[in-house]
Write a protein that binds this ligand. Structure first.
Ligand SMILES: O=C(O)c1cccc(C(=O)CC[C@H]2O[C@@H](n3cnc4c(=O)[nH]cnc43)[C@H](O)[C@@H]2O)c1
Length: 230
């Protein structure tokens, strides 16, 4: 766990800015980008989620058992669906969806809700979204709000990308941890957000076109702007 508090900066004069916020990233490169953006803001702490929803749920639960937080943010890079979220832009989840939780049949995919075994969608803390979008747009960060899918397998074909979009037309991005982090937060009754910088298009693996460094730069800029509105 990394605590950003080194400057002794205080927010006690403003009760609106007294929230304690946990940021979960899958890998340390994402955590570093977020840390750089936040500088020394003592309200934020971060921890590594690990890759995939299961690791993410376990590690978020561990962090929430240690310290009490007012908000959890799942952050990192992601794949963007074509025509929905361009490279180097930001997507803020208005729904966090476990897109592969269910059953295939010869006709169609059945969600876990249709099977009657549980839930695959978590509503994030949407009340924060308008202010965040405004703050990011004012810094010229292209920002979209829409569903972010959580998948255990990164999409690697046009066909899977098309199938996902026809099943979930509101999908803007896919990543691997959101539903795990959000499930843990929900279990503790803590609101959650998922914020992703787009590093690649969802679809065939084409490393030449990936913009990972640029997405980290967007993530840094985003969290620098975010600390002003949370
Ligand atoms: O290849 C690299 O240089 C590299 C450097 C740092 C991080 C990575 C990752 O792949 C991070 C994995 C992380 O990113 C999310 N992610 C990014 N793109 C997608 C995607 O198209 N579909 C699903 N997940 C994606 C995911 O949350 C992973 O945890 C590589």
């Amino acid at each position: 766990m990394v605590n950003f508090s080194t400057s002794g900066q205080s927010n006690h004069h403003n009760p609106q800015r007294n929230k304690k916020i946990l940021i979960m990233t899958a890998v340390s490169a994402e955590q570093n980008a977020v840390m750089k953006g936040l500088q020394d803001d003592s309200r934020f702490e971060s921890a590594l989620a690990g890759v995939g929803p299961v690791e993410a749920a376990i590690n978020t639960t561990k962090a929430l058992m240690q310290t009490s937080y007012d908000l959890v943010i799942c952050a990192g890079i992601a794949g963007g669906f074509e025509g929905k979220a361009p490279l180097e832009s930001i997507v803020i989840a208005d729904k966090i969806i476990a897109a592969d939780l269910g059953a295939e049949t010869s006709e169609k995919f059945l969600s876990i809700e249709e099977l009657g075994f549980g839930f695959s969608q978590i509503e994030p803390a949407t009340e924060y979204i308008p202010n965040i979008v405004q703050a990011l747009e004012s810094k010229e960060v292209h920002t979209t709000s829409g569903a972010i899918l959580t998948l255990s397998t990164v999409t690697g074909t046009e066909q899977t990308a098309t199938d996902l979009l026809s099943r979930i037309p509101t999908a803007c991005a896919e990543a691997m941890e959101g539903f795990g982090v959000a499930s843990a937060a929900k279990n503790f009754g803590i609101p959650c957000l998922e914020i992703r910088a787009i590093s690649n298009a969802v679809g065939p693996r084409d490393r030449e076109s990936w913009r990972i460094k640029e997405a980290f730069a967007t993530l840094e800029k985003t969290f620098s702007a975010l600390k002003e509105v949370l």
